[in-house]
Structure formats: C-alpha cells, structure tokens
Design a binder for this molecule. Structure first.
Ligand SMILES: *Cc1c(COP(=O)(O)O)cnc(C)c1O
Length: 366
C-alpha cells in the first residue's frame, strides 16, 4: 500500500520538538498574536529573504488582503492563470476586482509569460502568478512586464515554499508573496495558517492593521479590517518544522528525479518539464495521459494513491458561471484538467515507492 500522502509521518519524525512547542504555548497562556507569531515571522522572513513576514489566517486571505492593502477593487483587473486552484481567482473576485485569465505554457502547468502582454489593459493593477505543483513560474519575464507599468506582482506561493528562481526564494520575487500553511502543503501547519512575505514596509504595516480588525492600538479602529491571524499554536509548530523544510524539499527533488528516470520513454505519458533557472519543490509530481481513468484504476488496484489536481478549471466551475466563460474559452487549461494525474509524493515517501508506482504505470501504458 502506498498512500498518496502520509500525514502522520511528520509527527513521528518531530514529536519531541512539536510536543515542546505545544507545551510552550499552553504554559504561556497566550494564544493569539504573541511571541510565537512574532518569532515565526522573523524566522520565515529570513528564510524567504524578505524584510517582512505577516502571519495570517490562511492562504486565501493572504492573497485577498494583499489586494485590499493595495486598494485593488471594483473596476480593476488582475491577471491570473487559467490553470490554477480556484483560490487564486477567489481572492481577486472577493475584493470585487475582475479576473483576467491567461493560459499556461503548452506543457503547463504555469502561466505563459509570453501571453501576458496581450492581456494587459489600462485597468490592469496586478499579476498573480502561481508556482503550481511547486514548480516556479517564469518570474523574470513577469517582473519585466510589470516594471515601468506600475503593475504589482503578487506570487501565490501556496504550493512552493522553499522553491527558488536563480537561487532566490519564491515569495521574494514579486512585490508580495502569499503563503498557505494548509496541512498538506510542503510547509504545512496542523490546522489553517497563512502569511505574506514582502520587502514593502507600507504593505506589511497595512496588513498588520487589516488582519486585526483594522486596529493597531486596542479598540482604536483605523479602517474596516478583518480577523485573519496566524495563531500562536500554529506559529510554534511551524517554527519547529522550518529548520527541516530544505531537507524535506531536497528529498522531494530526489523522488522527482527518480520518477523522471523510471518513467522515461513510456508512450503517451507526459512528464514535468523544469526550466534551467528553476529549483522546484515538487508539492506534487504530475504526469499527463489521455488514458487517465485506466491508469488510476490500475494504481488503485495495486493499492497506490493518485489524485487529480484539478479536474475542473476555475472558468468552468459553477462558482464562475456568471462570467460566461464556457467550454473552449481556455483550451490549454481544459486539456490539462482532462489529462493530469498526481502520483504519490511527500517528504516521507521512501524512494523504493517510486519504483513500485513506476512499474505499475509502465505495465499499464507500455
Ligand atoms: C492551498 C492553496 C491556496 C489557498 O490556501 P488556504 O490556506 O487553503 O486558504 C491558494 N492557492 C493555491 C495555489 C493553493 O494550492
């Protein structure tokens, strides 16, 4: 049996550290916005290579609050990938702005920077690239497009904590990086959590006010904020995990390299293509095949977990039916949704599991 993702392995590895973090917070008697969050913010900003980190309630609100902090709203346009998890779009529409979807590169999964220029209008306020599956988007090209046009760039780093472009961390490559610490992410908490990393002093300050009811001083409200705070317990857990993140991501890269090797040359099977400048962190290892149903059934029969990320692109979701973007509006995103399959991947998956998964795939497709 090879589960898609083993969610208990982290506790088995880090039990003493995580138990100590739990005890520290319980004994402190302080649970929201305290020393743990402050220390985590400093440590995670240092990890990402940014001046600031602001701990928030989750990744969706991290994206949304960045847009709010920049006063992006009705009448404004934000360029988003057509191929992404729906949260990217939800953040834009939540502030009342308009999503302008751009298709991925031919092999996917990330936004095709070469198609962004054609989507820019006088109303474009921001570009929101997503480092999908932990594979960095083309941030050099995106930064070049945004520069001199006063267009902001906010990275959706939810799936790519620790990834790099030319040796620089994702989350430090745009004007802001929005992170999710949802438990299944590469850097997950044991509950919900999120953060924004940035070098922008004003943005960080505004986010600290927005996350806490629009207040800096208790009971003095500067604006209509929200309640979106990383809590002390999750911050303490994340502090225990952060020193291991690079090693865990390195293990994921070993697994991905092994998949690349063991799956090479299987007819009709598309493997991930990584550009020279990118250091991915393989949140997911995603192959493409038109024989997906058959392959999933064979894996399932062998006791191997596999999942589809994602079966329906945002523009075809009922949630966005009002946009009138029907089938055929974004054919590349639609083709990916019809053919992608995520194989078992995780910081604690043994390398031998890759060989077993690959053997089933080869026997099914070759
Ligand atoms: C998980 C995820 C989010 C949202 O994060 P939450 O913490 O679950 O709100 C946003 N974008 C992408 C690409 C994600 O994978």
């Amino acid at each position: 049996m090879i589960p898609f993702l083993d969610m208990k392995a982290v506790y088995a590895e880090l039990k003493p550290e995580l138990d100590a973090a739990f005890a520290r917070v319980m004994e402190s008697g302080w649970f929201v916005l305290g020393k743990e969050v402050e220390a985590f913010e400093a440590e995670y900003a240092a990890f990402c290579g940014t001046r600031h980190c602001v701990g928030l309630g989750n990744g969706l609100e991290a994206l949304e609050l960045v847009l709010r902090a920049w006063d992006i709203g009705p009448g404004d346009e934000v360029i988003v990938p057509s191929n992404t998890y729906i949260a990217t779009w939800l953040a834009v529409t939540a502030v009342g702005a308009t999503v302008v979807p751009v298709e991925p590169t031919p092999d996917g999964p990330n936004i095709d920077a070469g198609r962004i220029a054609a989507a820019i209008t006088p109303r474009t306020r921001a570009i929101m690239p997503v480092h999908l599956y932990g594979e960095p988007a083309d941030m050099d090209a995106i930064a070049t497009l945004a520069r001199g046009r006063s267009i902001k760039v906010v990275e959706d780093v939810a799936q790519a904590q620790g990834a790099k472009v030319h040796g620089r961390r994702t989350g430090s490559l745009g004007d802001a990086g929005a992170h999710s610490f949802f438990p299944t992410k590469n850097f997950g908490a044991f509950g919900d959590g999120g953060a924004v990393t940035t070098d922008d002093d004003r943005l960080a300050e505004r986010l600290r006010v927005l996350r806490n009811y629009g207040s800096k001083v208790k009971y003095v409200n500067l604006e209509r904020g929200v309640n979106s705070r990383l809590d002390e317990m999750q911050a303490a857990f994340l502090r225990a995990k952060l020193p291991r993140l690079d090693a865990w991501n390195e293990h994921r890269r070993r697994l991905a390299a092994r998949y690349d090797d063991r799956l090479a040359g299987i007819p009709g099977l598309g493997l991930p293509q990584v550009p020279q400048w990118a250091t991915p962190v393989w949140h997911l290892y995603v192959v493409r095949t038109t024989r997906r149903q058959e392959l999933m059934a064979a894996l399932d029969k062998a006791g191997i977990g596999s999942l589809i990320h994602y079966p329906i692109p945002p523009h075809l979701q009922q949630a966005y039916a009002d946009l009138g973007l029907g089938k055929g509006a974004f054919p590349l995103a639609e083709r990916l949704a019809d053919t992608v399959l995520s194989l078992p991947m995780g910081a604690h998956l043994p390398e031998s599991a890759v060989d077993e998964v690959a053997a089933v795939i080869r026997a099914t497709l070759a």
